[in-house]
Design a protein around this ligand. Structure first.
Ligand code: KG4
Ligand code: ZN
Length: 345
């Protein structure tokens, strides 16, 4: 089954081709930079940009894969959650292409895509525990089987990526004309800093055992910023790298600790790190080291497959298609959508 994947849930327009044997042949990701001057993604601009770029992005993905529309068997598309206008572009292009070429169609949940991203370059059979850290989510999920998930823990307030984005803004690390991921900006600044310089808290809410909380950490950064003289002051400029490094270390310590707790409490010996924040080099290295120490096999995809991309959507859709599942022509975009097959702890 040759699958074309489409992802347009936020500000990345992406198309990818996975061949019959499950190999990734192409993965074109186009990030929108028009939002930078507004300080965040503007939904209306995002959907307009998807409309302009989705055609060329699909053409390029097919060209790089060396295949034509006629050689496809199916189209997998993100149908939620996300920005509704952006999702609608992908869903309707997918429906149009599938209808015109008589292809199978499958709607994919964006988070299920992230869960499958770690199994694209290297086989990752269930069961495994996934630490999913993105701009909107911080979750520990027990993947019991294909399409069967159990929630182990989640953030009670900000997602890890959201905390990175807010701290990047607080520390004035974002360029005005280019959309750079906040987490990337913080980790670049942290290279020159001392991770032990500022003693930020390591919040570990005890309520259910495996939950996260990042809003206190973000507040601690703000408090330190004020103590040093406020945004833009010489005091803050002199300590920006140290604050970035110390904040990043605090987030990593919490994520590593909870990942260890999750594999210990489930007894599962495989752990994957996925989602945009998984692109963080120090997090990847620290988690790899921690899992190695306790004899757990560690999986994380290449950085390009951590942030939003269509390869992961094609991979997740392919599994559902192979079980015979299909979406109908009534497939719709859902800004809020529960992960199918998810059971809460
Ligand atoms: O998965 P993703 O591309 O989009 C969502 O589904 O949310 O994740 C985006 C998040 C952003 O918060 C961004 O700041 C974060 O991933 N991110 C990083 C890095 N690159 C992207 N966080 C930490 N370190 C990075 N290198
Ligand atoms: Zn995502």
């Amino acid at each position: 089954m040759v699958v074309l994947g489409l992802e347009t849930s936020c500000d990345e327009t992406s198309a990818a081709v996975i061949t019959a044997d499950g190999k990734l042949q192409s993965n074109v990701v186009l990030s929108q930079h028009d939002h930078a001057r507004y300080g965040g993604v503007v939904p209306e601009l995002a959907s307009r940009a998807h409309i302009r770029t989705v055609g060329p992005v699909v053409e390029q993905a097919l060209q790089e894969a060396g295949c034509s529309l006629d050689q496809l068997d199916a189209i997998a598309v993100t149908h939620g959650p996300g920005l509704v206008g952006s999702l609608l572009v992908g869903v309707n292009i997918a429906k149009g292409l599938a209808y015109s070429r008589d292809l199978a169609l499958i709607g994919v949940h964006h988070l299920e895509g992230h869960l499958y991203s770690a199994g694209i370059e290297r086989p990752l059979p269930p069961p495994f525990v996934a630490l999913l850290v993105s701009g909107g989510h911080t979750e520990l999920i027990h993947v019991r089987d294909h399409g069967s998930y159990e929630h182990l823990g989640r953030t009670l307030d900000d997602a890890a990526g959201e905390a990175f984005d807010k701290v990047a803004r607080l520390l004035d690390l974002l360029p005005p004309d280019q959309l750079v991921a906040g987490g990337r900006a913080v980790s670049d600044a942290a290279e020159a800093g001392d991770p032990q310089a500022v003693k930020f808290p390591r919040p570990l809410p005890e309520k259910k055992g495996l939950d996260f909380s990042f809003s206190g950490l973000k507040t601690a950064v703000r408090t330190e910023l004020i103590r040093l003289g406020g945004p833009g002051s010489e005091g803050v400029k002199a300590r920006t790298a140290d604050m970035a490094a110390s904040f990043q270390q605090a987030v990593i310590d919490v994520l590593v600790r909870r990942a260890c707790d999750a594999v210990e409490s489930t007894g599962i010996e495989r752990l994957s790190l996925v989602g945009g924040v998984a692109a963080n080099r120090l997090l990847r290295e620290s988690l790899c080291h921690a899992m190695d120490k306790i004899g757990v096999e560690f999986f994380t995809p290449s950085s390009i497959l951590c942030t939003d991309n269509a390869a992961m959507i094609a991979a997740a859709g392919r599994h559902r298609l192979l079980t015979g599942e299909r979406s109908g022509w009534d497939l719709d975009a859902h800004p809020r959508l529960a992960l199918p097959g998810l059971q809460h702890e």
